[in-house]
Design a protein. Structure first.
Length: 284
């Protein structure tokens, strides 16, 4: 049982953004997770957000060599630390896929790019399996990964009276993904990413995060990896499109408060979700 003192009552949910540099060394990455949880606990955060592929990453591409099951060491550590600190967590990982074969004639095995959500009691709330694979800008994620089902229920996590909806990385380019989790009640969009670096990419990342916030009248917590081949530049955007936190390319851990009262005021002033005329329907 956690002996963590109860945080003071406040009109906001405190979120720690962990823009870490992830390597291929899974044990070293777990140490980064422990350190991030320690920081989150020290500042009395309610939620810790780690980037995409936080369990293991290779800039040239992540595949089955980095896959761990949901009961493996990475997710087990997330659950242990959440239970010990009372801090909920959203983090990217890589799961084993359903494809079979040895690559010698049959189907080559592939992994799954996933984001897991764990509540402050250490319970695994769910795993979102990335729907939009990054087959763009010269990358081919689908060579190593299989997509998640487009019609899977959205992954949402309730923390401190707010509902957080999960996307990851390339999903940010598809407004339907964000709208679908908002339809599931999300007031905050959480976007762990390993956003590939390159011409205009940092500008796209920032612009899309702000757009998703404005069009959904939702806060956006977009957490990128730092390091070689990725952009970093994590940011937290209010539902009015105002950027409240923005990091550079270097590893950093920062904490912000997401104001539920502001969310309510913005949605009252700008009732665009009520005024919409189209629904989002998953396509096979």
């Amino acid at each position: 049982m956690s002996t963590r003192p109860q945080p003071p009552v406040r009109p906001a949910v405190r979120v720690t953004v962990a823009q870490v540099a992830v390597s291929e060394d899974h044990a070293a990455n777990r140490e980064l997770v422990v350190e991030a949880f320690a920081t989150a606990e020290r500042v009395r955060a309610d939620l810790l957000v780690l980037p995409e592929y936080a369990s293991g990453f290779r800039a040239a591409g992540v595949g089955v060599e980095h896959a761990e099951p949901l009961d493996g060491p990475f997710v087990r550590l997330l659950r242990e630390r959440a239970a010990a600190t009372g801090v909920a967590v959203v983090a990217g990982t890589t799961l084993p896929g359903g494809s079979t074969g040895d690559g010698s004639g049959g189907a080559a095995p592939r992994a799954v790019n996933a984001v897991v959500a764990v509540d402050g009691a250490g319970a695994l709330v769910g795993a979102y399996r990335k729907v939009h694979l990054y087959d763009a800008f010269g990358h081919r994620e689908s060579d190593r990964l299989e997509p998640g089902p487009a019609d899977a229920p959205p992954l949402v996590l309730d923390v401190g009276g707010l509902r957080f909806g999960v996307l990851t990385c390339y999903d940010l380019r598809f407004p339907e993904s964000a709208r679908r989790v908002v339809d599931a009640g999300a007031q905050v969009l959480v976007v762990p990413a390993a956003w590939a670096s390159g011409e205009l990419k940092a500008m796209h990342w920032r612009t899309l995060a702000v757009a998703r916030a404005i069009e959904n009248t939702a806060a956006v917590v977009a957490v990128g990896q730092a390091g070689r081949g990725v952009t970093g530049r994590s940011l937290v955007v209010g539902p009015d499109g105002v950027v409240g936190l923005e990091l550079d390319e270097q590893p950093a851990v920062r904490t912000v408060d997401v104001d539920g009262a502001l969310l309510a005021r913005v949605r009252e002033t700008n009732p665009s979700l009520q005024n919409r005329r189209y629904a989002v329907v998953p396509r096979g």
